[in-house]
Design a protein. Structure first.
Length: 161
């Protein structure tokens, strides 16, 4: 009886198919990972803004958050003099239509939890389409969303999620 096995052509075909599948899987995983990190950064910024607002209410004093393109800083008072309570470096750059964003946009929460610094903050996802990449700051609340109607970081281009 003759022993049967795989020919060299069959083995090369199988290895080539596996290589294509692994390459596609790697690309999809990288896209998924980048979207996940963009969403995580958006949620982190939203969480810190909400925490600063709650601190202003519970401590009965103004609290300030300064947003830069590559980081944000949280201050325990309404002024940004002195050392910040927290400095967080960001993986993805920010965009914003808040006044003075180039030098650090200020979002100050009054003792009542209200803010006069209305605007939007967007994570520059570099052409990706994450589920969350934007925050709209209202006087009384903040909402997260996705920038899906244009590339500008304006509330008209953001769908609230």
């Amino acid at each position: 009886m003759r022993a049967r096995g795989y020919s060299l052509v069959e083995m090369i075909t199988i290895v080539a198919c596996l290589a294509v599948l692994i390459a596609l899987g790697t690309l999809m995983f990288q896209r998924y990972d980048r979207n996940f990190r963009t969403e995580a950064q958006t949620r982190l910024i939203l969480t810190e803004l909400m925490k600063a607002r709650m601190n202003a209410i519970t401590q009965h004093r103004a609290t300030r958050v300064k947003l830069y393109r590559d980081r944000f800083e949280v201050y325990s008072s309404g002024s940004d003099e002195g050392d910040p309570v927290m400095v967080q470096t960001l993986n993805f750059p920010l965009m914003s239509n808040l006044p003075g964003f180039a030098k650090g946009a200020k979002v100050e929460f009054q003792e009542t939890g209200l803010t006069r610094n209305l605007g939007t903050v967007c994570v520059d996802a570099d052409g990706m389409q994450p589920a969350l990449d934007s925050i709209i700051i209202f006087a009384t609340s903040m909402r997260s969303g996705v920038k899906d109607k244009g590339n500008d970081c304006d509330s008209e281009n953001i769908t609230i999620k």
